[in-house]
Design a protein around this ligand. Structure first.
Ligand code: NZQ
Ligand code: ZN
Length: 387
């Protein structure tokens, strides 16, 4: 097992009705900016619950953060914060709103040009960001209990990430009741995103970190078991609760400790969102099977372990089991009505692989993956395989 440090300071308030407790988590003298997305919280009652919980606090509002949080919109929030001497941020939404708030938190106390935080990128250390909490409305990204974030800039077709230990939420409310109002395609996205988060930290080379590997496998199996229940018409609270906690556990740092991690699927997937606006999770479903086929030899043993332990495949050679594992992964995405080829999403895919190769080369992302040896040319081939 590799050496590691682990600190996750985010307090979780999990369960039905927990939103009511947030007033105790935010200092009474705070000037709060409540930040949300396109308005789903006004339809499903979350907005009212938050306002009610904070009725004795000074609360300002900033709505309209879009999916794949847009830099230009966040800059407006940044101006608002400075003009109104805001001291505390509250994200009420999915990964996009939470990521947007993390960027604002980082930028609020940053003296340079805000875009540098993403392009350099600048890590935000403890005490440097503006304090914030979150009320999660869409389980998927794990952003509610980690310190990373991803921001899009449509002007330049870029989607870049940053983070740092100063960007953990102080608290996050996880009330599974919010899942009632989520459209099924977004629930499917959440399952696929969390599932791929686990794979990025697991589908590498065999490790000696038995506990981390078995926790990762448990999250995968739990997501598989829970998926049909949360995709069903009727709301099932316990299934929703398991789904929500799986998503958080998939990317709160725990399973990546002591092991090597990949994240190349995300790097390539972000390019597809930047170019075509495809939902984040769906870009992962497009890239992951091709990535695992392209890197088959390097990942064969782990693919086999995944086939055996997660899918219960006992027949066949190592090679056959590993191949079956990728087919099972594709079938799992399809069971969520998520397609796994770029051509399922756009007819304009010609030239995409070249653009990804060029972007990675320009950013000097010359060695991605768990062994830092996946070149821009390899990314070209993987993206081309995913057409
Ligand atoms: O904007 P509103 O009106 O709230 O609607 C949202 C949005 O349209 C809607 N929604 C959210 N909660 C709802 C709801 N609709 C009904 N009922 C509810 N309870 O769902 C839509 C999608 O929301 P969004 O926040 O964009 O989805 P998600 O949570 O999947 O976040 C995606 C973003 O997170 C980034 C992605 O790249 C993408 O930009 N990621 C962040 C990560 C992190 N910080 O660790 C890791 C991930 O890999 C990912 O890259
Ligand atoms: Zn993701």
């Amino acid at each position: 097992m590799l050496n590691f440090e682990f600190k996750n300071p985010t307090k979780i308030l999990f369960g039905k009705g927990e939103i009511a407790k947030i007033s105790k988590e935010i200092p009474q003298d705070s000037k709060i900016l409540m930040i949300y997305g396109g308005g789903s919280i006004k339809k499903n009652g979350v907005y009212d619950q938050v306002k009610d919980a904070l009725k004795n606090h000074e609360v300002h509002e900033f709505g309209g953060v879009p999916a794949n949080p847009e830099y230009e919109v966040l800059i407006k929030a940044l101006h608002y914060i400075k003009e109104n001497n805001i001291t505390y941020l509250l994200a009420v939404g999915g990964g996009s709103v939470i990521d947007g708030v993390k960027f604002i938190s980082a930028a609020a106390n940053y003296n340079g040009e805000p875009w540098e935080i993403l392009t350099k990128p600048v890590r935000t250390m403890e005490g440097e960001g503006m304090p914030f909490g979150t009320v999660l409305t869409l389980p998927a990204t794990g952003s509610e209990m980690n310190s990373g974030y991803v921001i899009s800039r449509r002007e330049t077709n870029e989607k870049l990430s940053s983070g740092g230990p100063g960007l953990f939420p102080q608290f996050s409310v996880l009330d599974p009741e919010v899942i009632r109002s989520i459209p099924k395609n977004q629930i499917a996205n959440g399952i696929a995103d969390a599932y791929t988060h686990v794979l990025e930290q697991y589908m590498t080379a065999p490790s000696s970190a038995d506990l981390q590997e078995r926790i990762a496998e448990s999250i995968l199996m739990s997501l598989q078991n829970t998926a049909p229940k949360v995709m069903a018409e009727e709301f099932n609270y316990d299934a929703a609760a398991n789904f929500m906690w799986c998503c958080t556990m998939a990317l709160n740092g725990l399973i990546q400790k002591g092991v090597i991690t990949d994240w190349a699927v995300h790097a390539m997937g972000h390019e597809l969102t930047a170019q075509f606006g495809i939902d984040h999770a769906r870009t992962l479903a497009v890239i992951a099977p091709s990535h695992y086929r392209y890197n088959f030899e390097a990942k064969k043993e782990k693919l086999t372990q995944y086939a055996e332990r997660v899918w219960g495949i006992s027949e066949g050679s190592t090679h056959e089991k590993a191949e079956k594992a990728i087919v099972k992964l594709e079938e799992f995405f399809h069971s969520l009505h998520i397609q796994t080829k770029l051509s399922d999403y756009t007819k304009d895919f010609a030239g995409t692989a070249e653009k990804v190769e060029k972007a990675f080369t320009e950013r000097k992302w010359l060695g991605l993956g768990e062994h830092k040896n996946l070149t821009p040319k390899d990314a070209f081939k993987i993206v081309e395989m995913s057409y």
